[in-house]
Design a protein around this ligand. Structure first.
Ligand code: FA5
Length: 348
């Protein structure tokens, strides 16, 4: 118990304080000096045992040391708290200059894009776009289209039958049932196109799907002829594939048209000279068409002496396949984004 001991105590405490470099070790230092068993506490407590004549001076000196160490402790504490705050602010900082993450914006599926494009083209030609049910009755899918019950198209192998007691509910095998549905509800003049999904009980391969899309066209009025059909399809082909396109009709049979044709456009890749896309034929097949059969007109109550009409049905996937050189129709339903992104009109 001496002034020397007090001087040593202070020197040690100050040396230790200089070594303190974070708030945890500062708390530890505080305990080691001011705590119940701290060096200064023990010194002050031992003052009672000092000789009476030395006691006042020792007491005063010990108090000075206590005040000095307290001030040094507070100063150090303030400095360390400032450092701790600064480093926390740096760690938690949000970098406002980082570019944001662009949200993934979806784009139309190529089939939807093509349907919209066709619908726009036909609307400029005076055709309204309408939609019809994918689950149909045999009456609309077959009967009213002049397809009698012994026709091979009614065979179970082509048609997906919805399980009903009389089996007369089917998934439509084409968009043609909408011909009768539209005519039943309106009087001529009729000009509609009907895009939509169709179903067939069919083995899938590179060009056949069991679910695919068609676009039906129907125009009924007085004096409509094959020339109108040809002009309409040629205009559609030009709008879709380029100003020089030609079209070709070949005889074909569909029970609901007479005469019936299949129609092709000349290949836009090779301009009709033959290439891989058109399989060296110079022509790309688009679908079926013809003049609406009088029995179909009569079936919906139209006077077939007064009115004539044309109808056509395009395969939408096949159009896209030919337009872009897609090598497998199954890619459309696969929904693989690597495939679909190629048709994106904006960057995704
Ligand atoms: C029909 O479906 C007739 N309804 C078209 C029609 C309408 C003729 C109006 C006359 C008047 P077809 O079965 O040929 O016809 O089919 C038309 C088009 O659909 C085909 O040219 C083809 O492009 C497409 N298509 C047919 N079956 C499939 C299939 N399994 N997968 C993909 N596309 C198909």
């Amino acid at each position: 118990m001496s002034l020397d001991a007090l001087t040593t105590l202070r020197a040690e405490a100050e040396a230790n304080l200089r070594a303190v470099d974070d708030l945890d070790s500062l708390t530890e230092w505080e305990r080691s000096v001011f705590g119940p068993k701290g060096s200064l506490t023990l010194f002050l407590r031992s003052l009672g045992a000092a000789p009476a004549e030395e006691r006042p001076a020792l007491g005063r000196a010990a108090n000075e040391v206590k005040n000095a160490l307290t001030v040094e402790f507070e100063t150090r504490k303030t400095a360390l708290e400032r450092v701790a705050l600064a480093s926390r602010l740096t760690e938690d900082a949000v970098d406002m200059t980082l570019p944001g993450r662009a949200p993934v914006v979806g784009v139309d599926h190529p089939i939807s894009q093509t349907i919209r494009e066709l619908s726009d083209i036909f609307s400029l030609l005076g055709f309204q776009t309408v939609f019809g049910p994918e689950v149909e009755t045999g009456r609309y899918n077959f009967d009213l289209l002049n397809i009698p019950s012994d026709h091979p198209a009614r065979d179970v192998w082509d048609t997906m039958i919805v399980d009903t007691p009389n089996s007369e509910i089917v998934l439509r095998t084409h968009t043609s049932p909408m011909q009768a549905r539209v005519m039943e509800q309106t009087q001529p003049p009729v000009r509609v196109v009907v895009p939509g999904r169709t179903y067939r009980f069919e083995q899938q391969d590179a060009s056949h799907e069991w679910a695919f899309h068609q676009l039906e066209g129907l125009a009924v009025d007085q004096h409509i002829t094959m020339t109108d059909l040809k002009g309409t399809l040629r205009e559609m082909a030009r709008q879709l594939f380029g100003a020089d396109r030609r079209i070709r009709f070949r005889c074909d049979f569909f029970p609901f048209v007479e005469p019936g044709v299949d129609f092709s456009i000349d290949c836009m890749i090779c301009n009709g000279s033959g290439c891989r896309v058109c399989k060296q034929t110079g022509w790309l097949e688009m679908g079926g068409a013809g003049m609406v059969h009088p029995s179909v007109l009569e079936g919906v109550g139209y006077d077939s002496e007064k009115y004539t009409g044309f109808a056509f049905g395009l395969g939408i996937e096949r159009i896209i396949i030919q337009r872009y050189g897609v090598n497998d129709i199954r890619a459309f339903a696969g929904n693989d984004l690597r495939f679909l992104k190629q048709f994106a009109t904006v960057n995704v």
